[in-house]
Design a protein around this ligand. Structure first.
Ligand code: GCU
Length: 667
C-alpha cells in the first residue's frame, strides 16, 4: 500500500514516539472553536482530522473553554495590536491550553496549519510561542488552464477544473487543493490562462467559477479570472474594445457587477494585454494605464483589484527584448489607478534557469509592483528534471536594486516596504494538474510548497524550506533527509550547468524542452536561439553594455558596476551581458570554450551524484515514491547528456576547438 503522493505535505502520520505523543495528548482533550464562520470551521475541521491521524484520537469540538484546560483554543483576537497584521497569527500556551489566535478568520486557519505542521515536525509543545504575519498581502497562484482542460506549460496532466461538469458537480479535489494552499498561506487563485478565453466572461462560465469560488472561500482563498481584453467585441458584440469608449466602459462595469452577484468576494482580474499577440489598449492607440484604469473603475464599488502584467516585448530582431518592459512601463509610473498592481516576471526575459532581476523592480516607485515567479518547470525540464526552485526565487528577492541606496532589495520593493504601497503581491504560475500526485514529479511538490512559504515570508532560507518539506512529505529520518536536502539544494546549479551555463539563455524554440540552440527559422525573428546567445566565430554572449544594447543602463550605477566589465562579472551572469571571445581566460583559469565544456560535462555527470543521494535515502522512503523519482532521475541523466552533446557540438562549429582532454567527445 504505497504512498501515491496525493496528500502532499499534509500527511499527518501517526506520532510513534511515546513521550512526544503523551505531550501532544495533554492538549488533545478538546478543540474549542470560539468564533463563528466558515473559515474557522475549516480550521477546526482540519485540526480535528489532523489530530485524529497524528494521535489516533478523535478530539471533540466545543464552542467554549471556560474554566477548562488541556485543549486547543481557536480564538479571534480583539483590540489593536500594531505588531500583528490582519492575517497574522499567534500560537501560545495559556491557562493550560494551546491558544491559536488572530484578528481574522484567515489568521486562525493559518495558525492552525502551523500548529499541525509543528506536530508533523515532531517538535515539542513545551515553551510553544509562535507569531507571524505575512509580508505580502496577495499571495496567489496563477493557473494557465484553458477551458478545454489543457494547461499551457503544464506537465502534471490536465486541468484540475472540470468545467464541463460544473457548477452542479463540485469535485472534492477542489477542497484538497484549497487545503494545500491555505496550509502555506496562499490566499488567491487565478483559475484560467493569461492567454485568456473570453468564454470565462459569459454567464455560463461565471456560475461555474462561482461554484469553485464557494469551495475556495472556506479556506480564505479568493478567486480571480484572467480576462481577454477584446471581450467587449468578441463576446459583447460591440464594435470596439477601446478602453476610452463609453460603451466599452459600461460593458465592463456591468460584467464586473454580474460577477459580484455570483461571487460576492471575487478577487479581481489578471490581464495579459498587447503581449505575444494578445489584444490590448494599444490596439486603439491607448496605453497600458488606460486599459488597466478602465478595469479598475469597474471594480470601484468592490474590493477587487486589477493585476496588469508587464510581460511585453516586440518582434524586432534589432531590439533587445531585455529592455522592452522597462521602456513601456517606466513612463507610466504614477498613472495607474490605486487598485492596479503591475505584475512583473522575476527576470527581464522569461523564467530562464538563471536571469538577472528585472530592472523594473525599484524603478516604478509610484506603482505597486507584484512579483511573478514560475513554479511550473517550463524551462526547467518539465516533469522529468528535479530542480528545486527556492534558490531561484531567493536569488531574485535578495538582489539589491540600490534604488534607495544599499539594501534596496527586490523583496523590499515587492513587500511594499521600500516605496510604501499598501497592495502587495506575489504570484506563482502553478505546477498543478490532475496527476494523482498533483505535480507529476514528486519533488516538484516542493516548489509549490516553497513558493507559498516565501510568499508569506521571503526571509526564510531555501534550506529551511527544503528541510521542512522533506520532513513533512518524505521522511522523518534525519540522515535520509540530509541526503535529499543536499540533492535539492544543488539541483538548480546542476541543471544550469548542463542546460544554460555562464549566463546563456533560451536555447529553445516553441516547446521549451529539447535542446535547440541552433539558428532556426521560427515564426518571429526573436524566437530563435541565436537571438539570445549570439554565437559567432569570435565568441559567445549578448553584449548589453554601452558597446551593445546598453540594457545595463536600466539599472542603478552600483548594479551596473557588478556587471559592466567582463573581467568582474560573476560567471553565472557573464554571457547575459558580454560577448566573450572563445579563447578569453576566465577567473577559473580556463578559456571560455574550456569552461563551457567543463560545465556541460560536470553538470551532466552530477546527475549521477543526484541519483546516489537519492539511493542513500532509499531505506527511509516509501517504495512507490522512491521508484518514481529514481526512474525520473534516469531520464534526467539521459536528457542531461543530450543537452551537453547538443550544445558542445553546436558551439564547436563556431569555436572550432577540440573538446578539452579528459572529456569523452560526444558520439
Ligand atoms: C512564456 C510562455 C507562454 C506564456 C507567456 C506569458 O512565453 O512560453 O506560454 O503565455 O510566457 O507569460 O504570457
Amino acid at each position: 500500500d504505497g504512498d501515491d503522493g496525493y496528500r502532499l505535505w499534509l500527511k499527518y502520520e501517526l506520532v510513534k514516539n511515546a513521550s512526544l505523543k503523551a505531550e501532544y495528548l495533554k492538549y488533545a482533550t478538546f478543540i474549542a472553536q470560539t468564533a463563528e464562520g466558515d473559515i474557522v470551521q475549516s480550521a477546526s475541521r482540519e485540526l480535528h482530522m489532523g489530530l485524529s491521524k497524528l494521535l489516533g484520537k478523535s478530539v471533540h469540538v466545543t464552542n467554549s473553554f471556560e474554566g477548562k484546560s488541556g485543549g486547543i483554543v481557536l480564538k479571534l483576537e480583539s483590540g489593536p495590536d500594531p505588531t500583528q497584521q490582519a492575517e497574522g497569527y499567534r500560537i501560545q500556551l495559556a491557562g493550560g491550553n494551546i491558544v491559536v489566535s488572530s484578528k481574522s478568520e484567515n489568521g486562525i486557519l493559518y495558525g492552525t496549519f502551523v500548529l499541525l505542521r509543528h506536530m508533523q515536525m515532531r517538535l515539542p509543545v513545551k515553551g510553544l510561542s509562535l507569531a507571524s504575519s505575512p509580508k505580502v498581502r496577495f499571495r496567489m497562484l496563477n493557473h494557465w488552464d484553458n477551458p478545454d482542460g489543457t494547461i499551457e506549460r503544464g506537465y502534471a496532466g490536465q486541468s484540475l477544473w472540470k468545467w464541463y461538469e460544473l457548477p452542479e458537480r463540485v469535485d472534492p479535489r477542489y477542497t484538497d487543493y484549497a487545503r494545500a494552499n491555505a496550509s502555506v498561506g496562499i490566499n488567491g487563485t487565478v483559475l484560467n490562462n493569461v492567454n485568456a478565453s473570453a468564454r470565462f466572461m459569459s454567464q455560463e462560465y461565471i456560475v461555474k467559477v462561482a461554484a469553485v469560488a464557494n469551495v475556495m472561500r472556506k479556506y480564505g482563498i479568493k478567486t480571480y479570472l484572467s480576462v481577454y481584453f477584446a471581450a467587449p467585441k468578441t463576446l459583447g458584440g460591440l464594435t470596439t474594445s477601446d478602453p476610452l469608449d463609453p460603451q466599452v466602459r459600461a460593458w465592463w462595469k456591468e460584467k464586473v457587477a454580474e460577477i459580484y452577484k455570483e461571487i460576492p468576494d471575487f478577487g479581481g482580474f489578471l490581464v495579459k494585454a498587447n503581449s505575444e499577440g494578445e489584444p490590448g489598449p494599444q490596439d486603439y492607440g491607448r496605453t497600458h494605464a488606460d486599459g488597466a484604469n478602465m478595469l479598475a473603475e469597474a471594480f470601484k464599488p468592490y474590493d477587487g483589484i486589477v493585476v496588469w502584467r508587464a510581460f511585453v516585448y516586440k518582434a524586432d530582431p534589432n531590439a533587445d527584448r531585455f529592455k522592452a518592459a522597462y521602456e513601456e512601463f517606466v513612463p507610466l509610473d504614477g498613472k495607474f489607478d490605486p487598485k492596479v498592481i503591475v505584475q512583473v516576471k522575476n527576470g527581464p526575459i522569461d523564467f530562464q534557469p538563471r536571469e538577472p532581476f528585472s530592472p523594473l523592480f525599484g524603478n516604478m516607485p509610484k506603482t505597486p509592483l507584484g512579483m511573478e515567479f514560475q513554479i511550473t518547470q517550463e524551462y526547467l525540464g518539465f516533469a522529468t528534471h528535479a530542480v528545486y526552485e527556492a534558490p531561484i526565487f531567493k536569488e531574485c528577492l535578495d538582489s539589491d536594486t540600490y534604488v534607495n541606496g544599499e539594501g534596496s532589495t527586490v523583496a523590499k520593493v515587492v513587500d511594499g516596504s521600500l516605496h510604501g504601497y499598501a497592495r502587495t503581491l506575489m504570484a506563482g504560475v502553478a505546477n498543478t494538474g490532475n496527476s494523482r500526485n498533483w505535480t507529476g514529479h514528486p519533488l516538484a511538490q516542493a516548489n509549490w510548497y516553497a513558493f507559498g512559504r516565501l510568499s508569506w515570508d521571503h526571509q526564510l532560507s531555501s534550506e529551511h524550506i527544503a528541510h521542512e518539506w522533506v520532513a513533512l512529505t518524505l521522511t522523518e529520518n534525519q540522515k535520509a533527509s540530509g541526503h535529499i536536502v543536499k540533492l535539492m539544494l544543488r539541483s538548480r546549479e546542476i541543471y544550469v550547468d548542463y542546460n544554460t551555463p555562464l549566463g546563456l539563455s533560451r536555447p529553445w524554440m516553441g516547446v521549451h524542452f529539447a535542446p535547440e540552440p541552433w539558428e532556426n527559422k521560427g515564426s518571429r525573428p526573436d524566437w530563435t536561439a541565436i537571438y539570445y546567445h549570439r554565437a559567432d566565430s569570435v565568441g559567445l554572449g549578448f553584449d548589453r553594455t554601452a558597446s551593445g544594447s546598453n540594457a545595463l543602463a536600466q539599472y542603478r550605477p552600483q548594479v551596473q558596476q557588478q556587471w559592466n566589465h567582463s573581467d568582474q562579472t560573476p560567471l553565472p551572469y557573464l554571457l547575459w551581458f558580454h560577448h566573450v571571445r572563445w579563447d578569453k581566460k576566465l577567473s577559473t583559469g580556463r578559456s571560455l570554450w574550456a569552461e563551457l565544456c567543463t560545465r556541460f560535462y560536470t553538470g551532466a555527470d552530477s546527475v549521477v551524484w543526484m541519483q546516489q543521494q537519492w539511493d542513500l535515502a532509499k531505506g527511509s522512503l516509501d517504495p512507490q515514491i522512491y521508484t518514481d523519482v529514481a526512474e525520473r532521475l534516469k531520464v534526467q541523466r539521459r536528457e542531461a547528456i543530450w543537452w551537453r552533446d547538443a550544445w558542445v557540438l553546436y558551439l564547436q562549429t563556431f569555436a572550432r576547438q577540440p573538446i578539452p582532454a579528459g572529456f569523452e567527445p560526444p558520439k
